[in-house]
Design a protein around this ligand. Structure first.
Ligand code: ATP
Ligand code: MG
Length: 393
């Protein structure tokens, strides 16, 4: 049995000793059945949050009103959630009301897909009321209960289905698929943040191409924060997504394949963090470079340049191995990799010039870097000081 389950066992046992039921549930049971690495362990219990707080002296009340408390044990956090059932998701963010229930099966039946609705007890016996294990074997995504109702309750599940398709290389069961096609417009009701989280996970899956193609055919694509229109023939499906190792590369690939004009606006609409937006923009600019000069390479940075080359070779289906070698060689001929490598800094320059800081300083440094990178100025401190003395804006 997986080590993570063993480490969590004392937590569940303690709940049982207090007279309540406790089970492993959700993603950890699914990933265990798939023999995949387990990210975190979630626990479901018949104990109410206050009882969990009584059993464990140190808890973090992350979502008491929905029944969730975090317990720390041996430096690991465990989310412990009271068995519950839910009302309709009126605001499409969270259920408008939750009821605590005493029965595990009732709790499992509110979960989205059969493979997410399995539990495991403290003897590691699997509880699988909805055929989740068989669905995993068939590689099939199926809702617990009527898919039309389940998607209407919480349309985010549409995105989750597409995400599981991509990450686990699974197909969507026929009725579930029909319901997705029908309910796609409901995605309008879901917040961008929630959609983004699922879409980012989808993008990183091994079958991102299949999932994107399905999203296109089922019209889910039309209800994303920025509806995508695939422009290149055999675009999403034809791409070898596994060659793109970073999230940034995958966003850039989407933009290129869909021929999105304003990439910054596109990325902003997905509410991505600025670090991601900037990195993707850098990749896209690097993608446009045809012949790399030392100064282009210096400003871009070798790793981004190489990442953009991988992107290019994946999209154009050309290896570009020689070009990558050439880039590495060119980089090795550049004496500095950033301003930090300069033997003199801004403060020293101010002293030499006896001037107040201003725009001129940035200009000087920019010029100095450029000359060094091109090999027109040597990296010696005295040479540079001399050059600074003579420099005129
Ligand atoms: P991950 O591996 O990304 O954590 P996960 O399936 O564990 O995937 P979580 O968001 O951590 O996803 O949710 C934990 C469990 O809660 C799921 O396995 C599922 O049983 C249930 N769940 C999550 N989101 C929903 C939802 N929108 N509708 C119904 N059940 C859900
Ligand atoms: Mg999880």
């Amino acid at each position: 049995m997986n080590e993570m389950f063993h480490e969590a066992l004392p937590v569940l046992k303690k709940i049982e000793e207090a007279g309540f039921k406790a089970y492993f549930v959700g993603g950890c049971v699914r990933d265990f059945c798939l023999e995949r690495p387990i990210k975190d362990i979630d626990i479901a219990t018949s104990a109410r949050p206050e009882e969990i707080q009584r059993i464990f002296p140190k808890t973090i009340p992350v979502g008491i009103e929905h029944g969730t408390v975090i317990v720390r044990h041996n430096h690991v956090s465990y989310e412990i959630t009271t068995f519950r059932k839910e009302d309709k998701y009126e605001d499409y963010r969270r259920p408008s009301k939750v009821w605590f229930v005493d029965d595990l099966q009732e709790d499992l039946s509110r979960r989205d897909f059969t493979f997410n609705a399995m539990a495991m007890d403290t003897s590691f016996h699997l509880i699988d009321h909805f055929g989740g294990r068989d669905d995993l074997k068939f590689g099939q995504i199926r809702t617990v209960g009527n898919p039309h109702l389940r998607f209407s309750e919480d349309p985010l599940r549409l995105m989750r289905a597409c995400r599981f398709m991509s990450v686990y290389d699974m197909k969507i069961e026929t009725e579930t698929k029909k319901a997705i096609e029908k309910k796609a417009p409901l995605l309008k009701k879901i917040s961008t943040e929630r959609i983004s989280i699922e879409f980012i996970k989808l993008l990183q899956g091994v079958q991102a191409g299949q999932a994107l193609e399905f999203m296109k055919q089922s019209a889910v694509m039309d209800y994303l924060p920025y509806p995508l229109k695939e422009k290149k023939i055999d675009g999403y499906l034809g791409l070898e997504w596994t060659l793109l190792h970073t999230e940034d590369q995958r966003w850039a690939a989407i933009i290129l394949l869909s021929q999105v004009r304003d990439s910054r606006e596109f990325l902003k609409r997905w509410k991505l963090p600025n670090t991601t937006i900037n990195k993707v923009q850098e990749l896209l600019s690097a993608f446009e470079v045809r012949t790399w000069s030392k100064i282009d390479l210096y400003r871009t940075g070798l790793s981004t340049a190489l990442e953009s080359m991988t992107l290019k070779s994946t999209i154009e289906k050309v290896p570009y191995e020689q070009e990558k070698q050439d880039l590495r060689k060119l980089a090795s001929e550049i004496p500095i990799t950033s301003r930090k490598d300069l033997p003199i800094d801004g403060e020293e320059i101010l002293k030499i010039k006896q001037k107040a800081p201003g725009v001129w300083l940035g200009k000087l440094l920019h010029e100095m870097e450029e000359k060094i990178v091109k090999g027109d100025l040597s990296l010696s401190e005295s040479v540079l000081k001399d050059w600074v003395k003579r420099w005129e804006p």
